[in-house]
Design a protein around this ligand. Structure first.
Ligand SMILES: [Zn+2]
Ligand SMILES: [Zn+2]
Length: 262
């Protein structure tokens, strides 16, 4: 079964319409296409340009659901949510009021105003120590909220090729334990191959720890154009097989199922 679940349309920062993306998915014979546009209920944190707020959600959901009778490909309703501890309970209620198939929880912001994947020049001097540490703590908090199904691009702080200057292994272990306890799925996001870090999110070491903990995975591309829907999926599947994974998750109405990959 071929599918792509981390996909952005022009409802957030993607370049193409829902219809154009579905047409392309059909062309490349995907069995399922899932949309996951950015949603952010901000409070004291910055709003990232392109993020949908509450007022935009109805229109987005309505347009995706318009294609819900499609069988070729099957169209899934997802969402990529910016995690904010202060608004997560309200987010939970909002999510429950729509028929989502899956919800990705992501951390793009640390300390309310540091966007970690935006511009390397704007990162503060303590990025490779305190900020990275607080990123992993925020991931832990996100998992503990138990509001989301999938962890979005875990390990995003490496995007620009910057390495931590302090030992973060304990912080990472605590985050992974929380992810396991919350029974979340970790996405193996291939967009990292095309960023300065030149590898998938998360790293091979972290994926090995996920395997030890038996945390389920799903391969995604974080596509912002249709041509990227399955970009470097083969490479990700090869790596996952080497690590010992043989199946990946898919979702129906927030219930998780598994399918083997070739
Ligand atoms: Zn993201
Ligand atoms: Zn994304």
């Amino acid at each position: 079964m071929k599918y792509s679940y981390h996909v952005h349309s022009n409802h957030s920062d993607g370049k193409k319409s829902i219809k154009e993306i579905i047409d392309y998915a059909k062309q490349i014979r995907l069995n399922e296409i899932g949309f996951s546009d950015h949603f952010h209920l901000n409070k004291n944190d910055v709003l990232i340009p392109g993020d949908m707020g509450k007022e935009s959600l109805d229109r987005y959901v309505e347009e995706v659901l318009h294609y819900s009778s499609s069988k070729d490909p099957i169209v899934k309703l997802g969402l990529e949510v910016e995690f904010n501890l202060e608004t997560v309970q309200e987010v939970k209620k909002i999510i429950q009021s729509y028929p989502f198939d899956y919800v990705i929880g992501s951390v793009h912001i640390v300390d309310n105003n540091i966007i970690i994947d935006w511009s390397v020049d704007r990162l503060p001097s303590n990025f490779c120590s305190d900020i990275m540490k607080r990123y992993w703590y925020k991931i832990q908090q996100m998992a503990k909220s138990r509001v989301f199904d999938i962890v979005g691009h875990l390990d995003l702080t490496k995007k620009f090729g910057l390495q931590p200057k302090i030992d973060l292994s304990e912080d990472i272990d605590l985050a992974l334990k929380a992810i396991k306890d919350a029974d979340m799925t970790v996405e193996v996001n291939t967009s990292g191959f095309f960023n300065p870090c030149k590898e998938q999110y998360p790293s091979e070491d972290i994926l090995k720890k996920c395997k030890e903990l038996e945390i389920p995975i799903i391969v995604t591309s974080d596509a912002h154009v249709p041509e990227h829907l399955t970009r470097d999926f083969d490479k990700a599947f090869r790596l996952l097989k080497d690590i010992g994974y043989t199946k990946q998750a898919y979702f129906i109405k927030r219930e998780r199922f598994f399918t083997s990959f070739k």
